[in-house]
Design a protein around this ligand. Sequence first.
Ligand code: ZN
Ligand code: ZN
Length: 139
Amino acid sequence: MSEYKTEQKKLLLDFLEQNSDKSYTIDELVASLEASAGEAAPGKSTVYRLMTRLVGEKKVQRFAGESGRSFSYRVLADEHCHSHLHLKCLGCGKILHLDRATSDALLAQVKLVKDFSVSEEETLLFGNCAECRIGGKHG
Ligand SMILES: [Zn+2]
Ligand SMILES: [Zn+2]
């Protein structure tokens, strides 16, 4: 990899690590990087390529898109993120980590009732966090 690309990859990873409690689509990432890095920000095709590579390296987690949108991505803040479910607040965009025991119990129940094995790595449960509900924006 050229030095230039290494620099862009670092920029991207740094940004994701600073925002590890959020998930981004490629478009959102491109816009956020442009806002924070300006001219140095990688373009969309570069971001797409880098993200695909980071998913392969297990540094980034890819979620199926919400309501027909494209995939969203999030940096893997810890190694356990492959083995528990995540909740995403539609109000503030925050990602919550479900503990392993709750996650496993939930999935075991789904498997038992529907004989369906959920792909926990790709699944996001959408809703509203306590703060957003108290804020009165959502039911
Ligand atoms: Zn996690
Ligand atoms: Zn929220």
